[in-house]
Design a protein around this ligand. Structure first.
Ligand code: SAH
Length: 273
């Protein structure tokens, strides 16, 4: 029933049952419980159903949701755990959208508290429905912009780990994410494999923002068919209070990129005149 053949099919894949799904995810998380499996499947079904009407993710079929979204997110669990205390910590999923990876991590890591942040109301509304339906008490969903909340003292420098998947460029993620991270905390950023150019720019951005890109290893394929490079960034110094810049700028003129220098120059010319 796996649609791993290279022939494109028009029909959607069949959902895995609990036993088949457990076989898929146990190699990544051997101690996952039946209850967690049931919660993940409930989330899969809600995401699949709502995605027919509301654009929550480009991954539309059951097999894709199971492997590319859920399995890929579960692969982050051992990494995120290794970066925190054994008792867990505070994790933010920035630009969580339909809840990826935040909802999946929260189900798998009941010892930690998760904040899902997204700018789009209908996505946050869906996240709240999921939280209520599957009965997870360690997640809250907040609608807002990282550029604004990043300056709020209740949010700034307060998270042990910030994750973000498929949100924006690495450089922009440094500026949007690092303000939320507490000292010696981490950004955990799954990315595509070919990111040499992005990394070059992001290193310069990280330097300005108090972060250090510590590693960018390719993760082993665990049956997801997705090649991922996991970028890990440690916060080594406070982020200067000028950052993040105003809404839209981090993504539009990423720090460390040629566009950024252009913006800086034209802005100072305008201010001067
Ligand atoms: N992480 C999800 C969603 C990716 S789409 C997934 O992997 O499927 C990117 C999401 O980031 C969108 O829902 C968008 O609303 C949100 N987003 C982009 N920039 C943002 C910002 N500056 N602050 C808050 N949310 C943002």
């Amino acid at each position: 029933m796996d649609s791993t053949s290279s022939t494109p099919t028009m029909h959607s894949s069949e959902p895995r049952n609990a036993e088949e799904f457990a076989t898929l995810v146990q190699p990544v998380l051997p101690d996952i419980t039946d209850h967690q499996i049931a919660q993940l499947l409930q989330y899969r079904d809600m995401l699949h159903a709502r995605n027919q009407h509301v654009n929550l993710t480009a991954v539309r079929d059951f097999d894709g949701i199971e492997r590319r979204l859920i399995l890929e997110s579960l692969r982050l669990v051992p990494v995120v755990r290794s970066l925190m205390d054994v008792n867990g910590g505070d994790v933010m999923d920035l630009g969580s959208g339909g809840g990826i990876p935040g909802v999946i991590l929260a189900i798998a890591m009941p010892e930690s508290s998760f904040t899902l942040l997204d700018a789009t109301g209908k996505k946050v509304a869906f996240q709240r429905e999921v939280i209520e339906s599957i009965g997870v008490s360690n997640i809250r969903a907040v609608q807002g912009r990282a550029e604004e909340l990043g300056h709020d003292i209740n949010w700034r420098h307060t998270f042990d780990v910030v994750t973000a998947r498929a949100v924006t460029s690495l450089s922009a993620l440094m500026e949007l994410g690092l303000p939320f991270v507490s000292m010696k905390g981490w950004l955990v950023l799954p990315k595509g494999v070919e990111i040499e150019d992005e990394l070059f720019i992001a290193r310069k951005a990280a330097g300005k923002l108090g972060g250090t890109i510590v590693s960018h290893e390719v993760m082993d394929d665990a049956g997801s068919d997705v090649d991922t490079r996991l970028v890990l960034v440690r916060k080594d110094a406070a982020t200067p209070s000028d950052y993040p810049r105003r809404v839209g700028l981090p993504a539009r003129s990423p720090l460390g990129s040629p566009q950024d220098q252009a913006t800086t120059k034209s802005k100072s010319r305008k201010r001067g005149g």
